[in-house]
Design a protein around this ligand. Sequence first.
Ligand code: SAH
Ligand code: SF4
Ligand code: F3S
Length: 474
Amino acid sequence: MSKLKNVVVSQEEILEQNQYMQKATTLLAKRYRDKDLPLAHVHSYGCQQNVNDGEKIKGMLAQMGYGFCDSPDSADLVIYNTCAVRENAEDRVFGNVGALKHNKKRNPNMIIGLCGCMMQQQHIADKIKNSYSHVDIVFGTHALHHLPQIMHNALIDNKRIFEISQSDGVIAEGLPIRHDGTIKANLPIMYGCNNFCTYCIVPFVRGRERSRNAEDIIQEAKKLVSDGYKEITLLGQNVNSYGNDLEDGINFAELLKQLNAIDGDFWIRFMTSHPKDCSKELVDMMADCQKVCNHIHLPVQSGSDRVLKLMNRKYTSQAYLELAKYAKEKIPNLSLTSDIIVGFPGEEYEDFCQTLDLIKKVEYNSLFTFIYSKRVGTKAAEMPDNVSKEQKGLWFRELLAAQQIIGSKKYGAYVGKRQKVLVEGEGKIQGNITGRNEASMIVDFVGDKSLVGSFVDVKIIGAKNSYLIGELEG
Ligand code: SAH
Ligand code: SF4
Ligand code: F3S
């Protein structure tokens, strides 16, 4: 059995939190004795890791006796689980938290909580403390498993609670979880990040890399499959470094192999894969594992070696292109997607053109594109940034236009092909259902909604910019 360095929260501590959940249940029953069920509105911003934390928050709250509602208007408890990755993500949170002031006026008993990556930054927690007095509880990413105790204390008196520990991060196993969906589920395999890309806040707010024990991951995956989930997405900021911190642990390729061996008809996806650690061994393993989808999200960020160096990404565009070529040769019909940052400090038009050049060579199915956003405390925040907002906006639009041409060629190439599709829900057009193929492309087709949650074979008969049109086979 692999051993974790001292980062796993002890069973005694988890037990103690379970006791707080029981005490909170009693307090809630008293406080809301005239109501069927106190209601909580929990909203997660940001990445899938945060969404997964939000599902754990809901799991703990459900155990305490909360029901859930979609809007803060009918809620007795509102929790915003925040993201700090870009300024606009933070602005949205401040706007929504500001609006809660009116809710609190109407319902003074309402409890308002903020947690997640933004709150892990001291300057943000201070701003909430000083300027948002209607917020009752604030806790950082490392305090997630303390929620029962925090809620218990908040229900006992009306004092504001702030818990932001500056630890390197822990792993809390055995927390209850309430999944948002019934078809697809996220499964974190590791937490934190050690890479310190110079633009990125994540290592500061999520702590150091720590891998979960393979046994815990495999057990959770088996449970998801037996509960009927058809797609499992393995989560980590850099899944390729899974196991590096485990003594006698397995690596990511081996983990994929063991997950692929679980009985059942389901797909395995993962994100995110850092190009500096994406090995040929991993690509070969993907090709061998039938349940692992033929899709790699491999964020390149920039096509300029000069900018990649400034970003501390630790690979060159040449190395990236070679890896992409190897993967395309090894994995039939591979879909590659990526993240790109436009307007990194010091980036010039010449550097940007190298990014355009790279995306044309790789031919991504789709791209997630971002304009660089300055993050307090990161190295890039100290770098000179002479390009204007307007200029960055022009480059950004040029990138979108270039990808649109590549994307429509890639989508068009699917016409006439037969695809296995996991049906996820009803389509936008009445009578249509919709799902995704292995490449994670949306496929819309006529079909009965009883097919939702199952795999079907679909012939692709048309392609739009961001989705495919299909016809149910046989
Ligand atoms: N761990 C993942 C990325 C997590 S953040 C990885 O390394 O690929 C998701 C994406 O947000 C990043 O890939 C990057 O493109 C973008 N991003 C992160 N910080 C940013 C910033 N300060 N400004 C703009 N985009 C940023
Ligand atoms: Fe951020 Fe880089 Fe870590 Fe990804 S690998 S989370 S971009 S520091
Ligand atoms: Fe945002 Fe935190 Fe994820 S900063 S992208 S929610 S790890």
